[in-house]
Design a protein around this ligand. Structure first.
Ligand code: B12
Length: 216
């Protein structure tokens, strides 16, 4: 039987190959051995990051990135079915999550939503390229404890700040925590825009949401 390290390598290589069949095969193989969250973060997401690096170096082109993204989404969908959802007796809290306006990157955001949900939060994933006001309106509608904001481009990062500004204008900032993430976001950025927290990946997002909302 393949070791965990070998399976992680296989998952990552499958994403880099940009082939959906290979990704689904690698996911099936890893399923009995690793937790779904581990398969996603250590295998698939690591492969996707490598795809990003190869794209930056001109070794892969946009159609490859789109195929890899498609394969990654298919792999994550298979794993979502394996993750427990809504079985908790009591919800840990309500979170609105989405990718800010102008930004169509949604793979990482969706992983964060899935993991928050499986940890016991009620998650309202409002999608990608979401207008600033929609975050605030949705938070009002569902009485959210927290808003999660994803941005994958330096050009769309300011959207996170704009949501915080709008929450202040609406007198809601004290009631709703804000968590920011996405490749160009950092702790320093989160501090600068007075977000409540920054998380580098989905596991960290779950830990920080628990800390801020449940207080543990
Ligand atoms: C896949 C991809 C695409 C796919 C997106 C498919 C999809 N459905 O998402 C497609 C091909 C559509 C695409 C399009 C474009 N892309 Co693109 N893309 C990428 C790529 C290669 C990987 C992103 C990804 O999915 N990573 C894997 C996931 C799992 O990681 P992640 O998103 O970072 O998420 C993790 C963490 O960041 C965090 N996280 C994410 N969201 C959140 C939210 C919260 C609340 C928290 C707490 C945490 C958190 O947790 C996640 C899980 O661990 C990146 C390169 C890179 N290194 O990031 C470029 C990249 C982001 N793209 C880029 C660009 C420029 C574009 C385009 C403009 C390309 C073009 N020239 O047309 C368009 C964008 C159009 C638009 N208006 O949005 C640039 C951005 C540069 C910049 N300005 O900063 C990058 C960095 C590539 C590059 N170096 O040029 N892209």
């Amino acid at each position: 039987m393949a070791s965990k390290e070998e399976l992680i390598q296989e998952l990552s290589d499958a994403i880099i190959s940009c082939k959906k069949d290979r990704v689904l095969e690698a996911v099936e193989k890893a399923k009995g051995v690793m937790e779904p969250s581990e398969i996603i973060e250590k295998g698939l997401a690591a492969g996707m990051n490598e795809v990003g690096t190869l794209f930056e170096r001109g070794k892969l082109f946009l159609p490859h990135v789109m195929m890899a993204a498609d394969a990654m989404t298919a792999g994550v969908q298979v794993l979502e079915a394996e993750m427990p959802v809504g079985e908790q007796k009591k919800k840990l809290g309500v979170i609105v999550n989405g990718t800010v306006e102008g930004d169509v990157h949604d793979i990482g955001k969706s992983i964060v939503s899935t993991m928050l949900q499986s940890a016991g939060f009620e998650v309202h994933d409002i999608g990608r390229d979401v207008p600033i006001r929609d975050f605030v309106n949705k938070a009002k509608e569902v009485n959210a404890d927290m808003i999660g904001l994803s941005a994958l481009m330096t050009t769309t990062l300011p959207g996170q700040k704009e949501v915080i500004e709008l929450l202040k204008e609406e007198g809601m900032r004290d009631k709703v925590k804000v968590m920011v993430g996405g490749a160009p976001a950092t702790q320093a950025w989160a501090d600068k825009i007075s977000a409540d927290c920054y998380a580098e990946n989905a596991s960290e997002a779950v830990a920080k949401a628990k800390e801020l909302i449940v207080g543990k």
